[in-house]
Design a protein around this ligand. Structure first.
Ligand code: HSE
Length: 307
């Protein structure tokens, strides 16, 4: 194989209760990337569309991921790399993760699949670390595995795929402001009260149980975040109104997607998700903040080869 084109999905990390431990992949929104082998050993980013990102391979997380993979195999190859961003960095939808996971997946395919999916998560995490200073696994795991994922452990990396109930739909509102993941992590406390930790891990258990039993109401009750959301929501204009409106319109739950500013809601059924979209669109249309909204099903496949 000399050339590969892939689609790498946007993702929602944390899913309210599972900071750094839960993620899900979205359908229809993501990046496309093309990797073409060269006759020499140079790694060259030839095109970037959709975002203002560095072309220098040493400054782009794509280079970090490729070099780590080649070093592990003690191999040198040359590649032309095209990056078509389907959504912006700093959106809370796992932009750096989509590039990192897409790169790890594509290089693995080009090299004849020497690595396992879990190893690809580890390489992609290096890309996350290059982009935001922390080797976070939730977005890259959701992008690579698809569906819902639980990161049970980072050392060693252990990713568990969770079931995806058929009728879950995500509504997302992306205000066009950029929040850097690093900044959104810096507002968080280093220590938390035990009672909050209890609430949080009980909700993670509830959410996981709800996914296994198709218990939509339990999923909704478990979508609570008493640890991270109180700090981060201050960075997102009108967060409380949007969340309240989504819940009043029948969403099972709503919260901050990853590090924000995207706000997500989960609903049972596409028509409910679309009603939620109308409601939150109505709130943001009265502000002077640019934004867009979309409804997505859960992407069960993760990164994939496209034509
Ligand atoms: N779990 C990470 C965070 C995701 O919320 O900081 C970053 O995209």
């Amino acid at each position: 194989m000399d050339r590969i084109k892939i689609f790498s999905p946007a993702t929602v990390a944390n899913i309210s209760c599972g900071f750094d431990a839960l993620g899900l992949a979205l359908e229809g929104i993501g990046d496309e990337m093309v990797f073409t082998k060269r006759n020499d050993n140079q790694l060259i980013i030839t095109k970037i569309e959709g975002a203002n990102l560095p072309y220098d391979i040493d400054d782009n997380l794509v280079g970090t991921v490729i070099k780590a993979m080649l070093q592990k195999l003690d191999l040198q190859i040359g590649l032309d790399i095209e990056i078509y961003k389907g959504f912006k960095p700093g959106s809370g939808l796992g932009s750096s993760a989509a590039s990192a996971a897409g790169t790890a997946f594509a290089i693995n395919e080009l090299l004849g699949k020497p690595f396992t999916k879990t190893e690809l998560v580890q390489f992609a995490m290096l890309g996350e670390e290059a982009a935001c200073g922390s080797p976070i696994a939730d977005n890259v795991s959701a992008a690579l595995f698809g569906g819902f994922v639980l990161i049970r452990s980072l050392n060693p990396v252990e990713v568990i795929s969770l079931p995806v109930p058929d009728d879950l739909f995500i509504t997302a509102l992306h205000p066009q402001i950029e929040i850097k993941t690093e900044d959104a992590r810096n507002v968080l406390p280093q220590e938390i009260p035990l009672k909050d930790a209890i609430t949080q891990w009980s909700n993670v258990g509830g959410l996981v149980s709800g996914l296994y039993t198709n218990d939509y109401k339990l999923i909704g009750r478990s979508l609570q975040d008493v640890i991270v959301e109180p700090y981060r929501k201050k960075l997102i204009p009108h967060f409380d109104s949007v969340k309240r409106a989504a819940l009043n319109t029948g969403a099972l739950g709503a919260g901050i997607s990853g590090a924000g500013p995207t706000i997500f809601a989960i609903s049972k059924g596409e028509s409910h998700a679309k009603q939620v979209e109308l409601t939150i669109d109505n709130i943001y249309s009265k502000t002077d903040i640019e934004y867009y909204t979309f409804v997505s099903s859960i992407n069960k496949e993760g990164v994939k080869i496209i034509k």
